[in-house]
Write a protein that binds this ligand. Structure first.
Ligand code: GLU
Length: 432
């Protein structure tokens, strides 16, 4: 029997542990244990056959102590409220780890977008934005792409919001196409950020990236580009990749650009010439140096963590590793680069996009990538130095501590924690 793993319970427990380790007031934990606001909406969509189908969507605004709520919108048939709440909590933590001036939010619609026509997808995207319009805005809550959505969907959403407001507010949504206020480098940003963090991890562990072997689970926006960058820029050998239809393996390495073309043509990675089909379980447990889970939550579990042979696990996805798996991987000295660090490149370039929108002045791709690199290297080193100093946390624990310390300080100075925190908090401000 497969046990249901609830990501929201997982993230709340991790926050609780970190708050205790940081010796912070339990109010910090209580505040971070529930989103500040959750909206459930129903979206009637006219289907191509003339019928009306009603979809359910959510927007969870977890915390805005450090800035507007920020986070993607997921279109997936497994979306549920607890998942959206967990994803919004991760966004709060991720933005704090990345040290960008945002809180966390997330949205989702229960739908398999692949079953919709282009017109239906557009009407659903516009309908969702109409439904959540009262609670979003460039200084309030800023959506972006996530699983099942992309630049085109963001563009429709931004346009719908502009119609409601009566003027363009480009900064309300990030991940837009470049022609309508998007940023160069945003499409690759999550993957590029992940690669910057992998490079740092390779440096501190003494792993040579040239010729290193890589396995990637998930060949969507994050996984496919991470695989390509690791192959083309770092000389890694990508042994296996997978998507929702299955996995492919070639011990001599796959030509990722060619796999991307194959997938664009056929709709899946399966059947790529010269590759052998492998199951998801086989893929995760392949002998390799770097494993990049870049699909969905709860993929590395107590069941398979003991069989994982990678030296580094870089979480391109949100929440791919369960706490039980974390314990096993830590015991086995496998270095996990946690989601809130490893995939924070996406929201970091979303922040750059929003800054460019506010200024109406746009940067070159090189400038975006250089700034991203600086941010990722700094975030990695903050987390890694805490991890190296403390014997009682893994990289995820260290990342949570870095994040929660910042969020808690923001909440403290805003007065959300009450006056007793002036005595409680470790880093008490010195009186002038
Ligand atoms: N959906 C992405 C994430 O989970 C990006 C969010 C954003 O750019 O706001 O980090």
């Amino acid at each position: 029997m497969t046990q249901e793993i609830n990501s929201f319970e997982i993230v709340k427990n991790l926050i609780d542990t970190s708050v205790k380790k940081l010796n912070l007031s339990k109010s910090v934990c209580e505040i971070l244990s529930e989103p500040q606001r959750v909206l459930t909406v129903t979206i009637p969509v006219q289907m191509d056959d003339g019928s009306v189908k009603v979809f359910t969507g959510y927007r969870s605004q977890h915390n805005n102590a450090l800035g507007p709520y920020k986070g993607g919108i997921r279109f997936h048939h497994d979306v549920n409220l607890d998942e959206v709440k967990a994803l919004s909590t991760w966004m709060t933590l991720k933005c704090a780890v990345a040290n960008i001036p945002y809180g966390g939010g997330k949205g989702g619609v229960i739908v398999n977008p692949k079953t919709l026509s282009r017109g239906e997808l557009e009407r659903l995207s516009r309908g969702y934005i109409r439904a959540i319009a009262p609670v979003i805005g460039a200084d309030l809550d800023i959506p972006a792409p996530d699983v099942g959505t992309n630049g085109q969907v963001m563009s429709w959403m931004m346009d719908e919001f502009a119609r409601i407001r009566g003027y363009n507010e480009f900064g309300v949504i990030t991940g837009k196409p470049v022609i309508v206020g998007g940023s160069l480098g945003r499409v690759e940003a999550t993957s590029r950020g992940c690669v910057f963090v992998i490079r740092e991890a390779a440096r501190v562990t003494g792993l040579k990236l040239k010729g290193a072997t890589v396995v990637v689970q998930g060949f969507g926006n994050v996984g496919s580009i991470a695989a390509r960058l690791l192959q083309q820029e770092d000389g890694c050998r990508v042994l296996a990749v997978s998507d929702s239809t299955g996995g492919i393996y070639n011990p001599n390495g796959l030509d990722i650009a060619a796999v991307e073309e194959h997938k664009a043509r056929t709709g899946s990675v399966k059947g790529f010439p010269g590759s052998k089909e492998i199951s998801n379980e086989e893929l995760l447990t392949l002998e390799c140096d770097i494993l990049v889970p870049a699909a969905l939550e709860n993929q590395i579990t107590g069941q398979n963590a003991g069989k994982i042979k990678a030296k580094i696990v870089a979480e391109g996805a949100n929440g791919p590793t369960t706490p039980e798996a974390d314990r096993i991987l830590a015991e086995r000295k496998i270095l996990v680069l946690p989601d809130v660090l490893a995939n924070s490149g996406g929201v970091t370039v979303s922040y750059f996009e929003w800054v460019q929108n506010q200024y109406g002045y746009y940067w070159s791709e090189e400038e975006v990538n250089n700034r991203l690199e600086r941010k990722m290297v700094e975030a990695f080193n903050n987390v890694y130095s805490l991890y190296s100093k403390r014997k009682d946390v893994d990289m995820r624990g260290a990342a949570y501590m870095v994040a929660i310390e910042r969020i808690s300080e923001g909440m403290r100075v805003r007065g959300w924690l009450g006056n007793q925190m002036y005595a409680d908090i470790k880093r008490e401000a010195k009186p002038a």
